[in-house]
Structures are given as structure tokens and as C-alpha cells.
Ligand binder design. Structure first.
Ligand code: GH3
Length: 301
């Protein structure tokens, strides 16, 4: 175990070192007397546990704790040490901010501290696993596994949120509903695997034409949707639709063979054509079918 011991009081640091004389547990103890030097050491090295004094001269404990626990690529269990009389509110705040334990300096014994460090490390490892599992499940719940785009579930949530935000800020939201033309023929003539690869290429091209912050989703099958935020005029959506048509008009090359595709796009806007997510989707869907009836490869409001 490699430990970063952060305390501005040298005598207190020495007391901890005396308590931790179990050489099997602690491989290395690195000392820091300020928050700034501790954070620098944390940036530069790898630690299993940080033992952090609650009162430091240069930074609030919770701020240091947040920086340690939210560090982009470093993970260590953090245990708070305090010389104050037990304060449950502070203890609770530290645990919520990610500390694994909160220990009173007056109560430190070798057995107590050793046990606390081992438990903190184990709890921290378990939390890491839970967080990774949560992130993986969230990704699977919100994304389409084949294209990596957001899925229908995410799309519906996001569209509702975008409309609420537009209502609050008096702005406009655009929705483009896109269906690839005659995709069944592609599958039937070239096989499902080639169809899948074409869908992946379509996803990449759509990601390549949208503005930063806008969202592309695969609703299912050969249907995609784009949510455009803060649109100024409907003309900007027509420009986006034409950019998509032009981008998908460039042949898709797979295994040295060019495949030609086109798409039909229906467009709706909030608040002009619809007042809620369901009606927006319905309106865009109807507009898309109008394009299909008119001969495909185009867009309609
Ligand atoms: P239209 O222009 O009228 O829309 O004709 P279409 O052939 O595209 O008709 P439709 O949209 O109904 O067909 C969608 C096809 O997409 C049918 C289905 O076999 C295919 N499909 C759905 N999901 C997938 C998938 O995940 N991979 C592949 N390769 N094909 C899929």
C-alpha cells in the first residue's frame, strides 16, 4: 500500500507514522504539509490511500476531497483525519464527497488505523466496480450497439428536455426524421451484413454534418433522427437536411465496391408545428412519408 499523508502539523504526521509501523501494509508513506503540494504529488504519483487532515492552511477539505475523488485518471481511497471533536454533519459531508472514512486523531491506534485503511481500500475498490458497471449499463440503456448512436429511449428523453428548455428560453427546436430509401432492397440484394455496414457508415456521415451539441439517434431499423437545438429559422433546418442528402449522396465504398443510397427526411419544429415531443415526432414522420410518396430523396416540413 502506498500512502499520501497530508497534514500541516509535523508532530501529527509523525504520530501517524509511529502508529503505522506495520511494514507489511505500508510500502511507502509520502508526506505533504499543504493541500497544494498534496495535489501536485497526487498528480505525479500513484497512491492507494490518501490520509487527509480535515484542517489545512491553504484549502477547504471538501475542495481537496473533490479534486482527489474526481481526478480524471487517478483513483485512491481517501480517509479524513481530524483532531476536532466528532462532528457528524462534517463527517456526513466528507463521506458524501467521496471519503471512505472519517477518523479522530485522538482515537488512533495501530489496530484501528490499519483496519480503517484496509477497509477504505476495499470499499473504494467496490465503489469503482459499481461505478464502472453503472456507466456500462447507462451506455447500453442509451445507445444503439450497432452504430454507437443514441437510441430511441435517449432520443425521447432528450427531445422532451430540449422542448422544456426551449420553452424556458423562448428558443426553437428542430427535429429531422430520416428514413433510408429502399433499404430492404439493399439487404435483399447485398445481404444483412452489408446492410449493417451501410447503416454504420450512415451514422458516421450524420455525425459529420451536425452542429456541436446537436444529437443524432438511431430510432431503429433504417430510421434516424436529429435534434437541432436553438435554431434561428426553418431555413437553417432546410440547409441541414440538404447537407445530409448531399453527404449520403456520396457513394459508400465497402470492400472496393461503391453503394449508392439516398434518404427521405421529414422536418418538424417546436413551437411552430408541434407543442410536445410526441406531436413533433408524428409531424416529422408524416412529412417524411410525404417525401416517400413524392418519389424519395428529399425533405419536407
Ligand atoms: P422505403 O424507401 O419505402 O422506406 O423502403 P424500405 O425498403 O427502406 O422500407 P422499410 O423502411 O420498411 O425497410 C426497412 C428495412 O430495414 C427492412 C429491414 O429488413 C431492414 N432493417 C431493419 N433493421 C436492420 C438492421 O439492424 N440491419 C439491417 N441490415 N437491416 C435492418
Amino acid at each position: 500500500m502506498r500512502l499520501l499523508l497530508v497534514d500541516d502539523d509535523e508532530l501529527d504526521r509523525m504520530a501517524v507514522v509511529r502508529v503505522l509501523q506495520s511494514p507489511k501494509l505500508i510500502k511507502d508513506i509520502v508526506h505533504a504539509s499543504t493541500a497544494v503540494s498534496a495535489l501536485k504529488l497526487f498528480d505525479e504519483g500513484t497512491f492507494d490511500v490518501v490520509l487527509l487532515d480535515y484542517r489545512l492552511p491553504d484549502m477547504e477539505c471538501l475542495d481537496v476531497l473533490n479534486k482527489l475523488t474526481q481526478h480524471a485518471n487517478k483513483h485512491a481511497a481517501v480517509v479524513i483525519l481530524t483532531g476536532m471533536v466528532n462532528d457528524e454533519a462534517i463527517e456526513r459531508d466528507c463521506i458524501i464527497a467521496g471519503a471512505q472514512d472519517f477518523l479522530l486523531k485522538q482515537e488512533l491506534s495501530q489496530r484501528h488505523l490499519t483496519k480503517a485503511l484496509v477497509h477504505a481500500q476495499a470499499r473504494h475498490a467496490l465503489n469503482q466496480q459499481l461505478m464502472e458497471t453503472y456507466a456500462r449499463l447507462k451506455y447500453l440503456a442509451e445507445n444503439d450497439p450497432m452504430t454507437g448512436l443514441s437510441n430511441r429511449h435517449y432520443f425521447e428523453d432528450h427531445l422532451r428536455t430540449a422542448i422544456s428548455r426551449a420553452e424556458r428560453f423562448d428558443s426553437k427546436v428542430g427535429l429531422l426524421f430520416l428514413d433510408i430509401d429502399n433499404f430492404k432492397l439493399i439487404n435483399d440484394s447485398l445481404g444483412h451484413d452489408t446492410g449493417d455496414q451501410i447503416l454504420q457508415q450512415v451514422a458516421n456521415r450524420l455525425l459529420g454534418v451536425i452542429r456541436e451539441g446537436d444529437i443524432v439517434c438511431r430510432l431503429g431499423g433504417d430510421e434516424f433522427a436529429i435534434i437541432a437545438h436553438d435554431i434561428e429559422t426553418e431555413t437553417s433546418l432546410a440547409t441541414l437536411a440538404q447537407r445530409i442528402i448531399d453527404s449520403l449522396g456520396i457513394p459508400i465504398t465497402l470492400a472496393h465496391t461503391e453503394h449508392f443510397i439516398s434518404c427521405s427526411i421529414g422536418i418538424s419544429t417546436y413551437p411552430n408545428c408541434a407543442q410536445n415531443a410526441e406531436d413533433m415526432l408524428k409531424h416529422a414522420d408524416l412529412a417524411m412519408y410525404h417525401v416517400k410518396r413524392m418519389g424519395r430523396n428529399g425533405f419536407h416540413f
